[in-house]
Ligand binder design. Structure first.
Ligand code: ADP
Ligand code: MG
Length: 323
């Protein structure tokens, strides 16, 4: 039994082949909820965080298409909308799975604000593409009229790019801790949380950026003194030589070993890189175990029997000497 933060990747919420209808997303969420309900039934305390890329992309597109008739919302507001939407689906679907198992836990979503540093270097160089593709002409108009950053994306058209600053703290973490103590299952830091910064000592304001969901999950896990960070994605774990013939998935590794591989540049930014950085940060800041595995291996991964299992070095040597 442990306090576990489950970070759901894109495949836990929708399928790439699918248009993102409510029914389609709910079907994906139901599958993920089944696994999480089993973890709760086994006595674990669970916090859930999740990605929001496709959902926030669709909200941005809706804003864009309707901008003549409805006021467009800034990216931070779109992020908050996506936290509410995805949180609602998880609350309902996980609640159903829990009741089906005779469990009475409540599931609650906390719309989360994540503090970033306004001097983070990411603000000087926006890198993260969001929303749909437009023509070069349209992108140039948007750059002129709104001051937004747009970039050509691998021959497919132009896309808005926004900064992806480092998460420093989850504002609502103390409240989330109180909810957990009551036995409530909490969904938080969805899509990395809404990026905010301190204008001065007391005033928070939203900022147009996106925060990596795995990095935010690691930060929240640290603030909640979580024992296990379980990152569920669409591959079996962390691979060496990913996509090459000599590809090999890592099973048990120590923090030190993973840090060494990361320094060698094994893991690309934007996909496996942030998961590895999240795992490292979590273990460096007091976590016991980080797991990166596929969604369908969620239960085996939590049990230590699937995926890439990362432990602090001293824990592993202690286990080895006990064996
Ligand atoms: P999620 O939505 O779960 O965050 P991502 O697409 O961001 O998923 O990250 C998972 C993807 O990372 C995998 O589908 C895989 O294509 C890619 N990837 C890149 N490098 C590696 C690696 N070294 N090991 C495993 N997967 C990798
Ligand atoms: Mg990702």
């Amino acid at each position: 039994m442990a306090r576990v933060l489950v970070a759901l990747g894109g495949n836990a919420l929708s399928r790439p082949s699918e248009r993102g209808t409510m029914a389609g997303q709910l079907a994906s969420v139901r599958r993920s909820s089944g696994y999480i309900a089993e973890m709760i039934a086994a006595g674990n305390e669970v916090v859930i965080s999740h990605g929001n890329g496709p959902q926030v992309g669709n909200i941005l597109l809706q804003n864009e298409l309707a901008r003549e008739s409805v006021a467009s919302m800034p990216l931070d507001a779109c992020g908050a909308e996506s936290e509410g939407l995805i949180g609602y689906m998880i609350q309902q679907s996980l609640g159903n799975e829990l009741r089906r198992r005779g469990l009475r836990h409540e599931v609650v979503t906390v719309v989360t604000q994540t503090v970033v540093d306004p001097d983070d270097p990411a603000f000087v160089r926006p890198t993260k593409p969001v929303g749909g593709f437009v023509t070069a002409e349209e992108a140039l108009r948007r750059i002129r009229e709104s001051g937004e950053a747009w970039a050509e994306d691998s021959g497919r058209g132009w896309r808005r790019v926004v900064p992806s600053p480092k998460p420093l703290a989850i504002v609502e973490a103390p409240t989330i801790a109180k909810l957990l103590a009551l036995g409530t299952v909490v969904v938080a830091a969805g899509g990395g949380g809404v990026p905010v910064y301190y204008r001065d000592d007391s005033e928070l304001a939203g900022v147009e950026a996106v925060i990596d969901k795995d990095l935010a999950a690691a930060r929240l896990a640290q603030q909640l003194a979580v024992q296990v960070l379980l990152i569920l994605t669409d591959v079996a774990g962390v691979a060496l030589a990913y996509g090459r013939p000599e590809q090999r998935f890592l099973g048990d590794v120590t923090l030190g070993e993973l840090e060494g591989l990361f320094r060698r540049g094994e893991f690309p930014a934007g996909s496996m890189g942030p998961k590895v950085v999240a795992a490292i940060g979590f273990l460096r800041n007091g976590g016991d175990r980080a797991v990166i595995c596929s969604l369908d291996d969620a239960l085996a991964g939590l049990a230590g029997e699937a995926g890439t299992q990362i432990r602090r070095d001293n824990l592993r040597s202690r286990a080895a000497s006990a064996a």
